[in-house]
Structures are given as C-alpha cells and as structure tokens.
Design a protein around this ligand. Structure first.
Ligand code: SF4
Length: 295
C-alpha cells in the first residue's frame, strides 16, 4: 500500500521531488536521512503516511481565518520540534492520529470546503509536506477553491519551501525565538533562529504581505509569536527582524496564551504564565515598529 492513489508519476514535478526528499528524508533541517517510504522514522516519528489527528471547522484561530464557516483545520500528528512546553503534546509527541492516503486527505479538504469552511488549514505540516502538496494538487483538480494555510512551527528548510510554491496561499509560521541557546534548551533545535528567519524570508518572497478581503485572509504571510516569560521568546529581536528585513506591513499575532504544559515544570524560567507587562511590552513594541498587530 502506498500513500499515493496512483503512480507517483501522475503528480507534478514538485510533488515527485518532495517524495524523493523524503527518501532519504531531508525534508526539514533535521536532515535525518531515513527512508520513510520504507516505514523508517526520524526525529518527527512519522513514516510515509501522514497521521491525522482531527479534521473539522475551527473557530479559535485568528479572526481573518475563521469567518462564518470556521477555519478548515487538519491537525497532523508528530512534529519536527521538541518543545518542552508543547501546547499540543498529545498530538505532536504522543502522535495520536490515523493514517491517511493522499486521496483521503484530498477528500477531507473537499469535505471542509463543502462544509462551508473559509480555508484549508494544515496544522504542523512540515514533516508531511509531501502528502499535503499532493493532496492539494489532487483536490484542486476536483474543485478545491479555498485558500490553503501552512500553519507551521517555523522550523522549515528553504529548499522544501521552494517546492511548495504555488501549493500554499497563506503561510502562518511561528517565530518562537531569536536566541540559539534558548532554542537548544527548549526545543532541541539550536539553529532554529537562523533557519526560521531564512524560512520566513522565503515565505514572504512567495506570498507577500497578508491580503484580507471581506474580513478573510486570501493570501500572504501571517506571523505567530508566543510571548514567553523572561523575554525568552526574544520578542523584540523578532519584531525588529520583521520590520526591517521582511516588511513593515507584516501581520503578526502576538500571542498571550502561553501556559506551562508538558515538561515546562522542569524549566523554572518558563514554569509560569507571562505577566501582563511582558505581553503588553511586546505588543506595544510591534505597534511602534508599525507592524499590523492582530487584536
Ligand atoms: S521530516 Fe522528520 S524524518 Fe524528515 S528530516 Fe525532518 S524530522 Fe527528520
């Protein structure tokens, strides 16, 4: 059994190249080089088939993604980051989900469209980019018109992102940190800041600033930045980077909902919620820099 409904040769070249990049796997900066097509797994813990945890309309996303029908979310199990404070650890680390072929994934996307959702929101997509691109290709042939959202932790390689050009309408990456020492301790990814900054540049090159029509995002870049206690998220550096190296009109959601989860209790610096002052200072700084800060 294969994740593809027919011969891989019937898909476009970018999908075929993505498949090759999965065998051995160099899809993300971990570069595990395992043969996922033979069922081997690397850091993300996922073989060739994507594991889908849930599919359905979601009303808790940013308002520009929700509209009246909700954001059509597809939550993928597994993750290429190892955040000790993971807010979705049952899905990302315990890998709760069911296997889906590309054909089933495409049907799920079309089902979300039929249901009236505002977009197709692929959550934690990086390690399953092959299946997502192939499913979008198939679904578009069968009538998918909704914008597609790449809702990523932001640890993405530029090479893989280039292959996704045209498949993704809205990139919604996290920008989690700006300091490699923090990233090593909290997410097992010391190169996260440079990888993430390069990825965001490539995403912006492809889709530009966020465009909104009738209250709904249609295309562009939407940054998520979760404020951590003690400025461990490096909020001011992240905001400077966006304003000075991406675009002063970048749209950002400065998120205030951090709470200690998963293994956060073993890291005293993050074993509390950020204070009102910590959150407000990050928000105010983004506003002062002219960014488009979502409410
Ligand atoms: S996608 Fe998974 S297996 Fe591939 S390089 Fe990244 S973590 Fe490793």
């Amino acid at each position: 059994m294969t994740i593809f409904p027919a011969n891989i040769g019937s898909f476009s070249k970018p999908v075929r190249v993505l498949w090759e990049k999965m065998n051995p796997c160099t899809l993300c900066p971990r570069q595990c080089e395992v043969y996922r097509g033979r069922g081997q797994t690397g850091f993300c813990g996922i073989g060739d088939f994507p594991l889908v945890s849930s599919v359905g309309p979601h009303f808790g996303e940013e308002s520009v993604l929700v509209g009246s029908g909700g954001s059509g979310t597809i939550f993928f199990a597994g993750c290429n980051l190892g955040c000790v404070f993971c807010q979705n650890y049952d899905i990302s680390h315990k890998r709760a989900g069911r296997k889906m072929t590309v054909e089933k994934l495409a049907q799920a996307m079309l089902g979300l469209q039929d249901y009236g959702c505002s977009n197709i929101n692929c959550v934690t997509p990086t390690h399953v980019a092959v299946a997502i691109a192939a499913a979008i290709e198939l679904a578009r042939k069968e009538g998918l018109k909704l914008p597609t959202v790449y809702n990523t932790g932001g640890y993405d390689s530029v090479e893989t992102l280039r292959l996704l050009e045209g498949f993704v309408d809205i990139y919604m990456p996290d920008m989690k940190y700006s300091d490699s020492k923090v990233t090593e301790e909290l997410s097992e990814a010391p190169d996260y800041p440079q990888v993430n900054f390069a990825a965001v540049k490539e995403m912006h090159r492809q889709v530009g600033d966020l465009k909104v029509k009738n209250g709904l995002a249609t295309r562009g870049l939407l940054i998520r930045h979760l404020v951590l206690p003690e400025n461990l998220a490096g909020s001011f550096d992240v905001i400077d980077f966006l304003a000075e190296q991406i675009s002063p009109r970048t749209t950002i959601n400065v998120m205030n909902q951090y709470r200690p989860c998963y293994k956060a209790s073993s890291h005293p610096n993050i074993n509390r919620r950020p204070t009102y002052e910590e959150i407000e200072s990050a928000c105010q700084y983004a506003i002062e820099k002219g960014l488009n800060v979502l409410d």
